[in-house]
Design a protein around this ligand. Structure first.
Ligand code: G4P
Length: 529
């Protein structure tokens, strides 16, 4: 197949949701459609189970599972679909944020009873900042939940989206009768029996057809007609361009567990979802159709086996064809590298591939050469943008607990930070190291892995801070900046890239500081230029 055909076939996306909304179940059903797995239950949940938050053995076990489910690929209607896993657990939000830099679109799963939840809000905000095309899937229609119109309102208001339903439920919970697929003009009836099979809907281009009354009953048919009329009146007509620009979000209803409404979602997705998109680098915009290879590392996964400190770097291919054993430039360290066993991912397996195309993810075995954000090219000096660090919310000093192993500790800390497990800051005043994380869970992961993978021991000391802000002195008035640095000396540190950050103990401090030094800009992410 020609390069451009391969490119056009690819759809690379992430499913995001608040934990328990049904992300794993939906993923599994999508794989079932692709024929990539044979039965339900084959995709293991990689979420941290409830109650296991302080058990690091469990974390390690889960880490092992999640490497297998990091990328799930399948073929559907000749499209190669790559699903990138995004952990729902809030302590791993940063991992999810980074994965979102490698997707071309997302599907947001919302629980019909719970509506829009906190984690969904955060993740969608990141997608909106990047104008990522979003499809919304409202799940668990077999259960009693909120009214469909109320939910659409909630999605618009809480997530700041402009929605248009492309399917609409007939009843809900006990009275759930089916779904009218606005996109395909088809009626799909729900029956408990069709849980595992894939039923074709009945075509209904004319809703006034009395056949509808016969099938769903007069009352339900009447309600559906009225509701659809309202839908057509209130919501904008679907427009693919607007969806692709992140300005309009189609909504589907269904029940992932019952495999209901999933095929409609997938059929529409394969038709409208974007092919691999161009990506901005610091130097220029790289088009996916360019024939020279470019790609970037968005995730690094350490091996579970402490005897082999082997890691897997996940590279999203932006342009060109990735070839096994071809020399590529690792731009940051200026070295040419060859990869003899690049992994591709298919369903829940990984296998060695000869070639990969834009949109694909390749897993490269790494012994410590890669950092998150690194770029590979055929020789051009390019650095992809867009893997920002977000302000952590937990901070602890890290102390060496074994003076004989200080080198190991340094090395371990640097490598774990390269993997993006947490962020390391060095205080300007005394050189002490502070680890910042999104959730408390990571401290245990770090301590455990330092000991088991690097033979180093550490202890922590709490640092009661609210957030770090990245300091942007570009437009700062000279005197103001000097004064800021002098008075805030104790709270200034450098991040791993050497950027200046300010530790704030409260939101109020940030506000006060900003009003005292208005020309010194403070940001909650490291990417502000
Ligand atoms: P997550 O990955 O977003 O965290 O959610 P997951 O798919 O694990 O689903 C969370 C729970 O919701 C699971 O139940 C799952 O079976 C259920 N679920 C998913 N889709 C539907 C649906 O359409 N209808 C109904 N009624 N339930 C649904 P669980 O009891 O927590 O787990 P399990 O023991 O079934 O695995």
């Amino acid at each position: 197949m020609e390069f451009l055909d391969e490119l056009q076939r690819r759809r690379t996306f992430g499913i995001i949701s608040h934990p328990d909304a049904g992300k794993t179940t939906l993923t599994e059903k999508l794989l079932l459609f692709g024929g990539a797995i044979q039965e339900a239950g084959a995709v293991k949940s990689n979420k941290i189970k409830k109650g296991a938050t302080s058990d690091f053995m469990e974390i390690e076990r889960q880490r092992g599972i999640s490497v297998a489910t990091s990328v799930l690929a399948f073929i559907y209607k000749d499209k190669k679909i790559n699903i990138l896993d995004t952990p729902g657990h809030k302590d791993f939000a940063e991992d999810t944020f980074r994965t979102l830099t490698a997707v071309d679109s997302v599907i947001v799963v919302i629980d019909v009873a719970k509506g829009v939840e906190a984690q969904t809000e955060k993740l969608v905000e990141v997608c909106r900042m990047r104008n990522i095309p979003i499809i919304v899937f409202i799940n668990k229609l077999d259960r009693e939940g909120k009214d469909a119109f109320d939910l659409l309102d909630e999605v618009e208001q809480k997530l700041g989206l402009k929605v248009t339903p492309l399917s609409f439920p007939i009843g809900m919970g006990y009275d759930f009768k089916g779904i009218y697929n606005i996109w395909g003009k088809k009626l799909n009836l729900f029956s408990e029996e069709n849980k595992q099979t894939i039923s074709e809907g009945v075509e209904f281009s004319d809703l006034d057809d009395p056949e509808l009354d016969r099938i769903v009953g007069e009352d339900a048919a009447e309600t559906l007609r009225e509701e659809l009329e309202l839908v057509y009146e209130v919501y904008p007509k679907f427009d693919k361009e607007e969806y692709l620009n992140g300005a309009l979000q189609p909504v589907f209803f269904g029940s992932a567990l019952n495999n209901f409404g999933v095929k409609e979602l997938l059929d529409c997705f394969t038709e409208i979802a974007p092919t691999p998109q161009p990506k901005m680098s610091e130097e220029r915009l790289v088009d996916s159709k360019e024939d020279k290879l470019t790609g970037f590392v968005f995730k690094i996964h350490a091996n579970m086996d402490p005897k082999h400190r082997d890691r897997l770097a996940f590279v999203k291919i932006v342009s060109g064809t990735f070839k096994r054993n071809a020399p590529y430039l690792h731009v940051r360290n200026g070295k040419k590298m060859k990869f003899s066993s690049p992994n591709a991912f298919f369903a829940e397996k990984k296998e060695i591939v000869e070639e990969s195309f834009p949109g694909d993810i390749v897993g490269l075995h790494d012994t410590g050469n890669f950092k998150i954000g690194d770029t590979l090219t055929e020789g051009e000096n390019l650095n992809f943008k867009g893997i920002p660090s977000f302000s952590p919310e937990h901070f602890r000093y890290v102390n060496n607990a074994d003076p004989m192993k200080s080198k190991q500790l340094q090395k371990g800390l640097i490598q774990l930070m390269d993997e993006g497990v947490a962020q390391l800051f060095t205080l300007e005043m005394n050189g002490r190291k502070v680890i910042g994380t999104v959730g408390a869970l990571q401290y245990e992961v770090i301590q455990y892995r330092l000991e088991h993978e690097y033979g180093a021991k550490c202890t922590y000391e709490n640092l009661p801070m609210h957030k770090v802000c990245w300091v942007d002195p570009e437009d700062a008035k000279n005197d103001e900046y000097k004064d800021f640095k002098r008075t805030k000396q104790r709270y200034l540190a450098k991040d791993k890239q050497g950027q200046l950050v300010f530790f704030a103990d409260s939101a109020f401090t940030i506000q006060m500081t900003q009003s005292k030094y208005p020309s010194v800009k403070l940001h909650f992410t490291s990417e502000f230029k």
